[in-house]
Ligand binder design. Structure first.
Ligand code: DGY
Length: 313
């Protein structure tokens, strides 16, 4: 019997290829972007390629979209729902890894680790000087978490281990987290003004796009650090560049940017108070394995016209 045909954007990780071997026939993403064909059964999104109604109309045979990752801002969910196409993602298993990354960036930015690393390897480091590269403390400071969802809660838990005071902003109050982390709910402007570290862990939606712009950065303390492990477009890149250049804030730690990647030579990349990673939030062996397994399970369920075990909610 012929295998179901699946269009995927790749190159895919070897584990994903292995899990799909003998189960589906893989075709390149260019097939989804080209003309109309009714012979495609499923879409597998590995990076963040756009999936919209126009694409789904060109591929009327598609009966599932499976995403390798939890964020689905690149998939027009309403368009898929209107065509009764289920969309799956990988929630719940990457929260710990992403919260670890938030703290990695927070500590590295606060303690100027990347600058220090470069200096320690370079020719200028000839003697210890108690006066150089002073950072700011993380322990016992106030952390403002914007987005107290699954990842936000893991960040709060780590913050408590650093004796930090936790304040948060969310669409809805989360009384369980308030109790568990002794956290206080703040309106956004109050959180920005009160926090030593502002950490973004919200999904990208119409509501969160551009949430942090010049006005918000101006409200932050000059000693504060902004950490983004959400999506690049939550922050206005031009405003952040000016804020770091003109030292409106102390530092930023970014796992994501807008655009991503930033064009080489972008002025944000020249800021010495920026710590940046290439979207590594969930990039551990253990988490990426689970993401591969869940996304392939979703894909195969959809191709078999079964309910997806991990549908986007
Ligand atoms: C996620 O799971 O959303 C990661 O950012 C990878 O897309």
């Amino acid at each position: 019997m012929a295998l179901p045909k699946v269009v995927a954007d790749g190159p895919l990780a070897p584990l994903v290829e292995q899990l799909l071997a003998g189960q589906v026939e893989l075709l390149p993403w260019s097939v989804a972007e080209a003309g109309t064909t009714a012979t495609i059964d499923g879409l597998y999104t590995y990076g963040h390629p756009l999936v919209d109604g126009a694409m789904l109309d060109r591929l009327p045979g598609v009966r599932v979209v499976s995403n390798y990752g939890v964020g689905v801002d690149h998939i027009r969910l309403a368009d898929a729902a209107a065509r009764r196409i289920p969309v799956g993602n990988t929630p719940g298993i990457l929260d710990g890894a992403t919260a670890d990354m938030a703290f990695t960036l927070l500590l590295a930015a606060a303690r100027r680790l990347i600058e220090g690393d470069r200096y320690a390897r370079g020719p200028a480091f000839l003697r210890y000087d108690p006066g150089y590269m002073l950072g700011v403390e993380a322990h016992s400071q106030t952390i403002g978490i914007i987005g107290m969802g699954r990842i936000g809660r893991q960040i709060a838990q780590r913050a408590r281990g650093f004796d930090m005071r936790v304040v948060y902003h969310n669409r809805r109050r989360d009384e369980a987290s308030e109790q568990r982390f002794d956290a206080q709910y703040f309106p956004l402007d109050d959180l920005l003004a009160a926090s030593d570290f502002v950490v973004l862990s919200v999904p990208l939606t119409d509501h969160t796009r551009g949430l942090i712009g010049a006005r918000e950065l101006r409200r932050m303390k000059p000693t504060a650090t902004l950490v983004n492990v959400a999506r690049g477009p939550v922050v206005d890149t031009a405003a952040l560049t000016t804020a770091l250049q003109e030292r409106w804030i102390f530092a930023a730690g970014l796992d994501v940017t807008d655009p991503e990647p930033l064009p080489r030579g972008h002025p944000l990349l020249a800021c010495d108070n920026l710590t940046i990673a290439p979207h590594l939030g969930s990039a551990t062996e253990q988490t990426r394995r689970k993401m591969a397994e869940m996304s392939v399970t979703n894909l195969l369920a959809g191709l078999a016209n079964q309910p997806l075990p991990f549908p986007v909610r």
